[in-house]
Design a binder for this molecule. Structure first.
Ligand code: MG
Length: 299
């Protein structure tokens, strides 16, 4: 059996035929939010319904990083290496300081509570960008059922002054988001309203140095599943979650190939010694595969 499916010839050089898609750990309910800590040689990820953030350490395995986690979902690191987290349960985005204390980055917009921040990315200028769909407040499964006070927007926060701005307001439910390596593009997935039948796709925006977005056309429609989460490699290829695994999409929006995973994938991140391992959170398990590609930024 092969772990890979090439749809364009170049995908053959992105993967190594003898590198397995390895299940590192299992027994979770819905894994999400992988983030690599090279300095600590570990991966953190969320097990959302079980209200915990877990740590996977090579050669050691799984341990608990934080429980309860306020039903944390997506994570990233800022340019100082600090953990930035989306918390469904507390309806906020937080930063974990180096001494372990928690700083609230955003929990409201124009006096109204956020919905349930889902995924987050930090630009090189330090601004924090996150999606705020309603998934975490629609049921009690991944947080607390509650009233929706705001549309499902994408926000940018400048942690230097705390100013929060809605930068994309025409989504059904924004979800995964990531910048291109040169930060001229911001990709944002729309995964559609819960219990709805909205179109599911990744859109691409032009992002200028002042933090303004323009454009926003459909970049790629995921066939089978949705782009819950994705990361980019140094060449600008998008590695996205899908129902049958991880899809590799080039900067022109063309699906080049797939990494086949036996569970529904939620998100991915690059890590490992050369940023050449792709960690994959997929429903009940954590997987990893070594690629012949490197992650675009420090994950
Ligand atoms: Mg997500």
């Amino acid at each position: 059996m092969s772990f890979f499916e090439a749809l364009e010839p170049e995908f053959g050089s992105f993967v190594m035929g003898n590198a397995p898609v390895k299940q590192l750990a299992t027994g979770f309910d819905w894994t999400e939010g992988p983030v690599w800590f090279g300095d600590a040689n570990c991966l953190l990820f969320s097990d959302i319904p079980n209200n915990r953030i877990l740590r996977w350490t090579p050669g050691v395995g799984i341990s608990t990083y934080r429980q309860p986690s306020n039903y944390a979902n997506g994570h990233t690191r800022d340019r100082q290496g600090r953990l930035v987290s989306c918390e469904h349960g507390a309806r906020r985005v937080t930063r974990t300081e180096l001494d372990g204390s928690i700083t609230v980055i955003a929990d409201q917009y124009k006096g109204k509570r956020l919905n349930s921040p889902n995924d987050v990315v930090v630009k090189s200028d330090g601004t924090i960008w996150f999606s705020d769909p309603h998934y975490g407040i629609m049921t009690n499964y991944e947080g607390f059922k509650g009233a929706q006070e705001l549309p499902c927007n994408v926000y940018r926060v400048d942690p230097a002054n705390g100013v929060i701005e809605a930068v994309a307001t025409d989504f059904n439910c924004p979800n995964g988001l990531a910048f291109s390596p040169d930060e001229s593009r911001l990709y944002i997935a729309d995964t559609g309203r819960m219990f709805g039948a909205d179109a599911q796709h990744i859109r691409v925006f032009h992002s200028d140095s002042a933090g303004k977005l323009s454009g926003g056309k459909t970049f790629h429609v995921i066939q089978l599943g949705c782009a819950d989460g994705f990361r980019l490699d140094t060449q600008g290829n998008v590695w996205s979650s899908a129902a049958d695994g991880v899809h590799c999409i080039n900067p022109d929006g063309v699906l080049l190939g797939k990494i086949l995973v036996p569970e529904l994938v939620s998100n991915v991140c690059f890590g490992g010694r050369a940023k050449h391992q792709l960690f994959i959170t997929a429903t009940t398990s954590l997987y990893a595969v070594t690629l012949n590609r490197e992650g675009a930024v420090l994950p």
